[in-house]
Design a protein. Structure first.
Length: 79
């Protein structure tokens, strides 16, 4: 089963386009959208397991220059 999360990203002033382009290139990032409101970007991230999802977020996404903070919303399966 795939683990999935939406990561809401706040960027430094003037860095949204650069962060957007960097996130699009990261393995595990399935989609990236620039949004208006309290966050600048929403990224959809997928991993094979919860642990791999966490590594993608902490070891790849969090290291992108221009990101000030993130809020991760892990999805759950409802049946």
């Amino acid at each position: 089963m795939v683990a999935k999360a939406f990561v809401l990203v706040t960027t430094s002033v003037g860095q949204t386009k650069g962060v957007f382009n960097k996130l699009k290139k990261l393995d595990g990032v399935k989609s990236v959208d620039v949004v208006m409101g309290p966050y600048d970007i929403i990224a959809e991230v997928e991993g094979d397991t919860i642990d791999s999802l966490g590594k993608i977020i902490t070891e790849r996404l969090h290291k992108v220059d221009g990101i000030e903070r993130t809020l991760t919303c892990q999805t759950i399966r409802v049946t």
